[in-house]
Design a protein around this ligand. Structure first.
Ligand code: WTA
Length: 640
């Protein structure tokens, strides 16, 4: 990659603020975090920075009182920013809306009041099933304001996914809307919720945002209420933010792991608040006249941290768009950048790759000169995509911050940090760890890997944005993140570190796929496959895809009485879609009579993967039955 030509890797680019801040963050950490945290407003200041008494359940600023909405809203409405745009929204439907900090504050208060009137209290769980529309961030902030715990379900997920999440979190309220729009079509959402609620008894109220031109939504008397009616029941009255503790839960967000059941990662008001605030400043360097456009959905952590909480806490203007980037034309995002004078742009490698194929003329037809910083997230960015992004969106000169992080880390962990003067970029590297992040690469034995030796990335000490745990499952928190290596946080990614301390994240080290940057466990897909009547056994693996980075492929053994056919394949594919939503891209399903297994009965996915990607299978000595591989090879050859 030719980043060197534009931004030479050179000591002079690591300006002192980054180095000095990083050094202090580790050497004098207590004082460092205290100073940083005092940039936020506290209802009651903390006396202790970190409680390690119940490690690895670390708790930050444990005796402080803070509510994230005070920092996202109250502190700005006291200043000139009350008239500054907080949120700009545009939809493919043609709707658009801009809310100033003052207006957003009022909307949040209106909903917070209404939720209180419904009897929702501190600690109750509120689930949202909303697309990118202003009521989504408003719902999150209103929930946080009254001390409730929000859980966003991505609006492309199935009724089953909603039901599972409601039941795990025991949510009392669901907030949804009539429909979302996609490529000119209305996709109903409320009816998906209705279906989910048949299996989710904890929900007492469903709040429905009414959208124009839609009459198909059915309301259930006593349970369902329209949002606009609810918030206009009482006159406007400000709701003081609930005096939440720094360690009270703010939200649960479900993400995939190596078992079939998604885990509820939860984050807290104080630590998460501070981490999203700081990382937004350090990485995106947002100032008063910046407009930040993050193309992620709020259904993922990227939207939680960098559409809602980070940008609002720093008092920036955040832009969100409901729709896909290539409809009606593949210049929708470039048009938005020009129209709203976007200065900082954040997207994913998959999005870049999908737009590349339409050619350079689309971005060329727009004035993108207002841009200052570009970002990438979700998966490693390949050189072609990086070059296209840099050339066509970044005029070959803007820094591209390649931010590595996870749902669990709350915010960015490794990246360049323009806000600290660190523009240092290297080809294919994510960059240096952010202040407070003591990252390292270790090998299977747990010893530090040599420079450029592939190993596992680990984080050697707690940081404020770290997950508080797995909702309702403390053992899973410990076994997933703190058990592979003693005393360090294990993210589950492969990485290398070079002689200058730069990290290169190489991809997942576990059974988790990243399809178009979205996380999905192979076990999760296998569980759904097995729930199909004719499927006896299945093995799912990821194979490389030129646009989506990775897609899924399954080898399936049918039950007696079922014959492989194109029709059956179609039925299985639609079963996956019904259960997991449209995000799981199944490239193909291969019908086999047996799966390659070890003598002890473990499916050898590694071998399936090698066969499917045309590589050498390597050591097959533990394989119980060699013919299982031959069969798979034969099927693939026929297929090709
Ligand atoms: C991957 C998304 C390489 C990684 C914020 C991680 C990345 C997982 C990058 C978390 C990046 C994220 N370069 N890989 N810049 N960013 N990843 O929880 O495998 O949806 O563990 O959070 O995405 O995915 P999650």
């Amino acid at each position: 990659m030719s980043q060197e030509e534009n931004l030479p890797f050179n000591e002079k680019y690591t300006l002192p603020p980054y180095k000095e801040t990083y050094r202090r963050s580790l050497e004098d950490s207590e004082r460092f975090w205290k100073e940083q945290a005092l940039e936020l407003e506290w209802t009651k200041p903390f006396s202790k920075v970190l409680d390690e008494s119940n490690a690895p359940f670390y708790r930050w600023f444990p005796d402080g009182l803070i509510n994230i909405t005070q920092n996202a809203l109250d502190r700005h409405v006291k200043t000139w920013k009350t008239n500054k745009a907080a949120l700009i929204w545009e939809s493919e439907s043609g709707e658009s809306r801009t809310l100033t900090y003052g207006q957003l504050f009022n909307e949040v208060n209106r909903l917070a009041r209404a939720l209180k009137d419904l009897g929702i209290k501190k600690g109750d769980r509120i689930l949202t099933y909303l697309p990118l529309m202003p009521e989504l961030p408003i719902s999150l902030l209103a929930s946080a304001r009254i001390g409730a715990v929000h859980s966003v379900v991505f609006s492309g997920f199935s009724h089953q996914a909603i039901a599972d999440r409601i039941n795990d979190a025991k949510a009392k309220v669901v907030i949804t809307t009539d429909y979302t729009v996609r490529r000119g079509k209305k996709i109903p959402l409320k009816q998906v919720v209705d279906e989910a609620l048949k299996q989710a008894p904890s929900v007492e109220k469903v709040i429905v945002v009414k959208r124009p031109h839609f009459e198909d939504t059915k309301m259930t008397e006593g349970r369902d209420v329209y949002y606009h009616e609810l918030v206009s029941r009482t006159g406007y009255k400000k709701v003081e933010a609930e005096e939440t503790s720094s360690t009270d839960p703010l939200f649960i967000l479900y993400t995939s792991g190596t078992t079939g059941k998604p885990k509820g990662i939860f984050h807290l008001h104080g630590g998460y608040g501070l981490w999203t605030y700081l990382t937004t400043k350090w990485v995106f360097d947002l100032h008063d006249n910046d407009v930040f456009f993050n193309t992620a959905d709020i259904g993922w952590i990227t939207g939680h941290s960098y559409i809602v909480y980070g940008p609002l806490q720093v008092g920036a203007t955040t832009l969100m768009y409901e729709g896909v980037p290539d409809y009606p034309n593949p210049d929708k995002w470039w048009e938005l950048i020009e129209k709203y004078n976007v200065t900082v742009f954040y997207t994913s490698p998959t999005a870049i790759r999908s737009l590349m194929k339409y050619g350079e003329e689309w971005p060329k037809s727009h004035d993108l000169n207002g841009l200052r910083i570009l970002g990438s997230v979700g998966e490693p960015i390949n050189p072609e995509a990086w070059r296209w992004y840099s050339k066509n969106i970044g005029h070959n000169e803007l820094p591209i911050v390649d931010t590595w992080w996870q749902t669990e880390t709350g915010g960015i962990m490794i990246s360049a940090t323009p806000g600290l003067g660190n523009y240092m970029l290297k080809p294919s590297a994510n960059g240096l760890p952010l202040p407070g992040v003591e990252a390292d690469v270790i090998n299977e034995e747990g010893t530090r890997a040599k420079d450029r030796e592939k190993g596992y990335i680990v984080i050697r000490r707690p940081w404020p944005g770290m997950l508080a745990g797995v909702w309702g499952d403390p053992d899973r928190y410990i076994s997933t993140y703190w058990s592979k290596f003693k005393g360090v946080y294990y993210p589950g990614d492969y990485a290398v570190k070079d002689e200058d301390g730069f990290f290169f994240i190489l991809g997942r080290a576990d059974e988790v796929l990243k399809i178009a940057g979205h996380r999905i466990g192979t076990r999760e897909i296998e569980d759904v496959l097995i729930s199909f009547p004719g499927v006896a056994e299945s093995a799912v693996i990821g194979v490389p895809d030129p646009v989506r980075g990775e897609v899924a492929v399954a080898a399936v053994v049918l039950k007696q009485g079922y014959e492989p056919s194109e029709n059956l394949k179609k039925q299985i594919l639609s079963h996956i879609k019904d259960n997991l939503g449209s995000l799981v891209i199944m490239k193909d399903i291969y019908f086999v009579t047996k799966l390659p297994k070890t003598r002890s009965g473990k499916i050898m996915r590694r071998l399936i993967k090698s066969v499917l990607s045309g590589q050498q299978t390597g050591d097959t000595s533990t394989l119980e039955d060699e013919t299982s591989l031959d069969e798979l090879k034969k099927i693939i050859n026929e297929f090709e």
